[in-house]
Write a protein that binds this ligand. Structure first.
Ligand code: MG
Length: 378
């Protein structure tokens, strides 16, 4: 069936913290979702009403698509719809859609066009499920009977010339919040089709989190590894994974020589491609002499957070004949969990020997290896 589509994308996004039509959703600008949906069902015209001066942004948003055209919008939604309608072929049915509802499908469009066989206008709607309260500020004044009340969504469909005629009889000062209202005012036959929660309108900034889930966006899981060695020297204790462990020797290093935290810091840096611990804390820099290594680990965790990421889990293996790690393992897990802001359950500390082989077997030094997984936004 031939029809035109007018997609209203002229808003300034005052409630959602900026123009949401151009914002990315699942890797595509919000408005592109609707344009693609209408092009996919073979709309004869896809007219997109945009804010003044946004033509270049629109061209970028619709790169690679054919069959759309742009109209500059007006100060209010109804004015923008009128301007879009003026470009639409009056001999065709027209569907008017809000760009802020990106999940329109061919099924929604098909139901609306079918509804026009017995009505002049149609819109998807959902029954009101929540109890409605009238309030004066935050003081409830009464409960409103919700029976017979529906939440109208878009797209809204109009038989040829019906919406043009309806807006022709509504004064320009009137600014209905949807287009069905203009036809209702003119006494037209209006029908409801089944609504869909996925036709949600992106109104507030928090709506985008829900929309990203509907868009199937998944964060990317990344893995990093780290390895570190320190040599034994004079002393009576070693620092391992943030815990001081009594021993017949100390570990030699510029900082506190905490092999476990150094390997773990490198694992986190590796997961986000941020170089290694030496890039961030050069051993040549005197300020890190004797430094407590939890600062290095916190810094790496901060870089993950700055990317909008979160640490999933970490796993450290300490490689030594002595000291015995097991008696201190739980304290180490708790310390690392505390530094990284993770649950203890997400932190593993293990130990192994090398069966007396190599430098660790000869107790010349101690090694640690670590793995970290992080999630960062797609
Ligand atoms: Mg080291």
């Amino acid at each position: 069936m031939s029809f035109s589509a007018v997609i209203v994308a002229a808003g300034s996004g005052s409630r959602s913290g900026g123009p949401k039509q151009w914002r990315g959703l699942g890797g595509r600008p919000v408005v592109r979702w609707s344009v693609e949906a209408f092009l996919a069902v073979g709309a004869d015209q896809v007219i997109v009403v945009i804010p003044q001066g946004d033509d270049d942004r629109a061209a970028e948003a619709f790169a690679g698509l054919d069959g759309w055209s742009l109209v500059t919008g007006g100060p209010q939604r109804a004015a923008s719809v009128r301007l879009g309608l003026a470009r639409a072929d009056p001999s065709l049915p027209v569907l008017v859609h809000d760009a802020a509802r990106p999940f329109v499908t061919s099924a929604h469009i098909g139901e609306l066009l079918a509804a026009l066989e017995s009505a002049e206008a149609a819109a998807p709607a959902l029954p009101v499920a929540d109890t409605l309260k009238a309030a004066d500020g935050d003081r409830v004044t009464r409960t409103v009977d919700r029976s017979g009340l529906w939440r109208a969504q878009t797209p809204q469909a109009f038989a040829p010339g019906v919406l043009q005629a309806a807006y022709g009889s509504v004064s320009v000062e009137e600014n209905p919040t949807d287009d069905l209202a203009a036809v209702e005012a003119a006494g037209g036959r209006v029908r409801l089709t089944p609504g869909d929660p996925r036709l949600m309108k992106l109104t507030y900034p928090e709506d985008f989190a829900m929309a990203e889930i509907l868009a199937g966006s998944r964060p990317i899981v990344r893995v990093g590894t780290g390895f570190d060695v320190h040599v034994f020297g004079p002393g009576s204790s070693v620092w391992l994974c943030g815990v001081e462990v009594p021993h017949s020797h100390g570990l030699v290093g510029h900082s506190d020589a905490d092999c476990g935290l150094h390997a773990l810091t490198d694992a986190l840096l590796g997961a986000i491609g941020e170089g290694d611990i030496g890039d961030h804390f050069p051993p040549s820099d005197p300020q890190w002499k004797g430094a407590s290594s939890d600062r290095f680990l916190s810094h790496a965790a901060g870089l993950v957070a700055a990317r909008g990421g979160r640490i999933n889990n970490v796993d450290v293996t300490l490689i030594c004949e002595a000291p015995k790690v097991k008696p201190h393992r739980q304290a180490m897990r708790e310390r690392v969990a505390d530094i990284l802001g993770l649950s203890v359950d997400s932190v593993s500390i293990k130990a192994t020997t090398t069966e007396r082989l190599g430098f660790a077997g000869r107790q010349e030094g101690l090694a640690a290896q670590a793995v970290a997984t992080v999630e960062i936004p797609a």
